[in-house]
Design a protein around this ligand. Structure first.
Ligand code: AP5
Length: 216
């Protein structure tokens, strides 16, 4: 039976880092709405132009556009065994849409690991994050540096810092997360799907806890 995992956590909690590893370990597909928007931005599509103006300020892309994008992505063949959703759903409207989307596929959300990290650590993580322009692989100047500064270990492409990772925009993203996304903690706890994961530990320890949760 297909497995649908919603990775919940603040900006910088490690959702993308862990989703990449879990995808390799489990064979589930990885859908990151942030990454999908960044692809649209790189391709300069109509959606990308709109998304960039909002993302640079740390604001959400409208629900209808985001939901339609996920609906199309999740219908593709590589999602048949299941999916790790990263950055989606991000508010109760998107959570209700996820439920409808999966119900229509004869399924439902399987489990919601909630990665918990203190705010001062989140700011430190996001201000030291570097991302590969080509592979999207994520590094950190202190916690997971590339072998050669500014160069991706996997493909040799250039690393860049995200525009929305300035301290001011990070603080705004954390505020918006508290206001709009944190209600999903109770939303999924009430459904008995939420599992709390200690996120302030080394990357491989977080992975171990997540894999144990996914196996249950
Ligand atoms: P998105 O790209 O989803 O950003 P986010 O949710 O804010 O999450 P991040 O990517 O910042 O953090 P992460 O948890 O993935 O952390 P990471 O693994 O990189 O969204 C960006 C924007 O797009 C939004 O602001 C919004 O505008 C728009 N958007 C996206 N989805 C949307 C939606 N559904 N609806 C509307 N708008 C939407 O790790 C961070 C750093 O920490 C890295 O450097 C990493 O190396 C390091 N690190 C990770 N884990 C550890 C660890 N255990 N120990 C030490 N360092 C670690």
């Amino acid at each position: 039976m297909a497995k649908y995992v919603v990775l919940l956590g603040s900006p910088g909690a490690g959702k993308g880092t862990q989703a990449d590893i879990l995808t390799k370990e489990t064979g589930l597909a990885h859908i990151s709405t942030g990454d999908l928007f960044r692809e649209h931005i790189a391709q300069k599509t109509e959606l990308g132009i709109l998304a960039q103006s909002l993302m640079d300020k740390g604001e959400f892309v409208p629900d209808d556009l985001t939901i339609a994008m996920v609906k199309e992505r999740i219908s593709r063949a590589d999602c048949e065994q299941g999916v790790i959703l990263d950055g989606f759903p991000r508010n109760p409207v998107q959570a209700d849409a996820t439920k409808l989307m999966l119900n229509a596929m004869g399924s439902s959300v399987s489990v919601v690991p909630y990665i918990i990290v203190p705010e001062d650590v989140l700011i430190q993580r996001l201000s030291g994050r570097w991302t590969c322009r080509n592979s999207g692989h994520v590094y950190h100047t202190m916690f997971s540096p590339p072998e050669k500064e500014g160069i991706c270990d996997l493909c040799g492409a250039e690393l860049y810092q995200r525009v929305d990772d300035t301290v001011e925009t990070v603080k705004k993203r954390l505020r918006i997360y508290m206001e709009r996304t944190s209600p999903l903690i109770d939303y999924y706890r009430k459904q008995g799907k939420l599992v709390e994961i200690e996120g302030d530990q080394p990357i491989d320890s977080v992975t171990k806890d997540l894999l144990a949760t996914l196996k249950k």
